[in-house]
Write a protein that binds this ligand. Structure first.
Ligand SMILES: [Zn+2]
Length: 436
């Protein structure tokens, strides 16, 4: 987790609130151990003009205690002086925290109130230095102890997404969603910022072992208000896609990371011949009308399109991927084909086009330079179809350039993606469809 930046809530650079007025009253240089001189004459006849150093009678919070915004309170055995921002400090692993330090009129109770919000689930060190002394100049033994802020995460009723990351925030290794019906709590062991959003590492309870969106006060944020983490790297992992309802066909994010369930098989497949194409291939009925309109318009423009491949079941994709592996090897197959569950063809809304009577489109140097490929590249979006893997976009789309592979997302979404000028995967992810 080291690449992640610690949330800079407890800025070490905060200006210390120093009690400069006390700087003029330096403690007596006389070491208390060599108190051979007569007791310091006191104008008010202190009960024991002394050679005894002050000590701490009480501290709140004490060692291992819970620190909150109200800060720290210390009671001394006798009136002391020299308590200020230099002698009474609170430090996080990142450095000293700006704070307001006060000593009560009797000189027996000192308080330290943090000047900035404290970090969640973090250990702090409290230090009182030997600059603190009694009226006779006897110094307090330097004392320090450790306190911690709360590690309790509160979940209000709602739906939460947990993320497990690999060696960097963009490397998702697992994802889990959980719905909470009533207020509940869990513990957390760390707090990080990832893509400028705060995350809590939950140790016990709901979503244990996952980072969840959270606030510095330990409140988890539900999916509706949570920010969206950055586009994941194109790792070859198997995370469940967020939107796998048959009604969510236009927004399902499928790539090398997210996959459909094995049993995902749309119930409304129709033969592509119904849209004026060669038959014995299948697409979902929801795409038929716009597909037919597109094929008709293409034909009128002299672009004669045919289907190379359309719907493929999970089992069909097993055969397809294995075919590429045996032909080109596993590494190359990963770049040009989807592993089972990761293919848009399983959605029933993707078609690999070709030219009527032509060879397979991937056997062209660039099928987009053919009459048919060029017409689609220019016009398909106006009919609700998008080229999923455009030229130069493989780092973002996760697959090599495929000028023949189009996915139906509906005219509204296609127009929005076209206007955004991004790949479909980027656009869907930015809407939060990758995780909600
Ligand atoms: Zn395809």
């Amino acid at each position: 987790m080291s690449p992640m930046a610690k949330l800079p809530l407890a800025l070490a650079s905060m200006v210390l609130v120093l009690g400069s007025a006390s700087c003029g009253s330096a403690p007596s240089p006389t070491p208390s151990a060599s108190a051979s001189s007569s007791p310091t004459p006191s104008p008010t006849a202190a009960p024991s003009p002394d050679a005894i150093a002050p000590n701490i009678l009480a501290r709140d919070p004490a060692e291992g205690g819970l620190l909150d915004a109200s800060g720290i309170r210390v009671t001394f055995s006798e009136p002391v002086q020299g308590v200020d921002g230099a002698s009474f400090q609170l430090a996080s692993p990142g450095g000293v925290i700006g704070a307001i330090v006060n000593l009560d009129a009797g000189g027996r109770t000192a308080t330290l109130v943090p000047g900035a919000p404290l970090s969640f689930a973090t250990a702090y060190t409290v230090t009182l230095s030997g600059l603190v002394h009694d009226q006779a100049g006897n110094r307090l033994d330097r004392t320090s102890w450790t306190v911690s802020t709360s590690n309790v995460v509160r979940f209000s009723p709602g739906t939460y997404t947990g993320y497990q990351f690999g060696d960097s925030p963009s490397h998702l290794t697992a994802l889990k969603r959980s719905t909470v019906a009533s207020l509940s709590e869990a513990t957390a062991s760390d707090w990080q910022t990832i893509d400028d959003a705060g995350y809590l590492l939950v140790d016990a309870g709901i979503l244990a072992g996952y980072w969840v969106h959270g606030e510095v006060d330990g409140t988890a944020r539900d999916d509706l208000t949570a920010s969206i983490p950055g586009l994941p790297a194109c790792d070859y992992v198997d995370l469940p896609a967020a939107r796998v309802g048959y009604g969510q066909w236009g927004t399902t994010v499928l790539d090398t990371v997210f996959q459909l369930p094995r049993g995902y098989a749309p119930p409304d497949l129709v033969d592509t011949s119904r849209a004026g194409l060669n038959g014995s291939f299948f697409i979902r009925a929801i795409a038929e009308e716009d597909l037919a309109a597109m094929i008709k318009a293409a034909g009128s423009a002299g672009a004669h399109l045919a289907v190379q491949s359309a719907y493929r079941s999970y089992a069909g994709q097993v055969l397809t991927f294995d075919g590429w592996v045996s032909q080109s090897g596993y590494e190359q197959a990963l770049r040009v084909s989807a592993r089972p569950g990761h293919s848009e063809h399983q959605l029933g809304t993707a078609i690999d086009f070709k030219t009527v009577g032509g060879i397979a489109p991937w056997r062209y140097a660039d099928w987009a330079t053919s009459t048919e490929g060029a017409w689609l590249a220019t016009n398909a979006w106006t009919f609700g179809w998008l080229m999923s893997y455009p030229k130069g976009g493989s780092a973002l789309s996760c697959y090599s350039y495929e000028p023949w592979h189009y996915r139906y997302v509906g005219r509204t979404t296609a127009a929005a993606v076209h206007a955004a000028g991004t790949t479909l995967r980027e656009w869907l992810w930015a809407q939060g469809y990758g995780v909600r």
